[in-house]
Design a protein around this ligand. Sequence first.
Ligand SMILES: Nc1ncnc2c1ncn2[C@@H]1O[C@H](COP(=O)(O)OP(=O)(O)OP(=O)(O)O)[C@@H](O)[C@H]1O
Length: 365
Amino acid sequence: MTEPTHRGRAGVAGVAVEAVDAVDAVDAVTVGTRAGASREDTGAPPPPPSTEGAGAHAVVTSGLTKRFRGGHVAVDGVDLAVPRGSVFGFLGPNGSGKTTTIRMLLGLVAPTSGTWSLLGTPMPAGLARALPRVGAVVEGPAFYPYLSGEANLRRFDVADPSADARTARARIGAALERVGLTAAAGRRYRTYSLGMRQRLAIAAALLVSRELLVLDEPTNGLDPQGTREVRTLIRRIAEDGTTVFVSSHLLSEVEHMCTHVGVMRTGRLVAQGPIAALRASGDEPRLRVETPDAGAAAAVLARAGLGDVRAADDEVTAVLGARAPEDICALLVGEGVAVRGFGVERPTLEDIFVGLTGEGFDVGA
Ligand SMILES: Nc1ncnc2c1ncn2[C@@H]1O[C@H](COP(=O)(O)OP(=O)(O)OP(=O)(O)O)[C@@H](O)[C@H]1O
């Protein structure tokens, strides 16, 4: 490809930019792209750069857009605000633009338009300053199969001109310890499980202390055990104070591992915010009544003031609102409705995402 790229050593990357007007979205969920329009569509110029909120954010993008040769817009006016200290899940189906966004953030591919900052540093001007503070695993680093995990890390370490050779041993030992590979340090890489290989890649990104770790689909292709290992490691890294920006197409993964989420759909960021806020933004709980007397039950629920009453063959649902479910159940029984089943259903995070994006995600682990 003739795309301008800056390929760095795998596991180390940095990027740049300015901040945005999307930064007010730290505690609330934001839905939709800025002004709901593509800059590629409108031709509108990017907004004036602002540094407001950049200190509180590890990553801020404004109108970040990538149009590939041939005209395909892979990333379309994305305004990200990744709070420092968060584990930010960058969620979206395959092909939704996650990798392209990450590559732009890390300076591996040039945006068509838009601005971004890393760790408060405008990019790409601040690349050299920010990169040493950012670790990344985007494309699996190339490890030598016949070398041990430790020897492979040594090769990475010597390639870093900023690394002090005198402290290499301690640095490599600490990185192996951090990812739980101390006992396997002397084993050849080719004998490592996929989970161990991914952990070694993360160790390579963490040879020096980082403020931000960027991981592109780190559990892709891993078996359940490897997936568990990597998720546990990510949580531990976050507990140590590193902001983690991790892409995934698995809703369950983001739900279990992340504090915040940004949802991509066909190149656009359709929602972002704390997971808890996103969950709370969902539909109201619905009452579900199984009964052979659906018509009568629907009438009782409507008289009781419940909203959006829907009757099917042997089932009635309605928005519960502020009513206590036990009161409604007593009311139905008191009115002679044969209640076979009764429950309150809250929308899952997947329901909320489907409502936001109009499509499902792979929810499996
Ligand atoms: N170098 C390129 N030239 C042209 N189109 C590209 C290029 N790289 C990616 N694309 C296209 O851009 C879109 C977004 O791809 P991207 O890899 O960013 O998505 P993704 O969400 O990371 O998906 P996946 O998880 O499958 O990699 C896709 O339609 C992809 O085919």
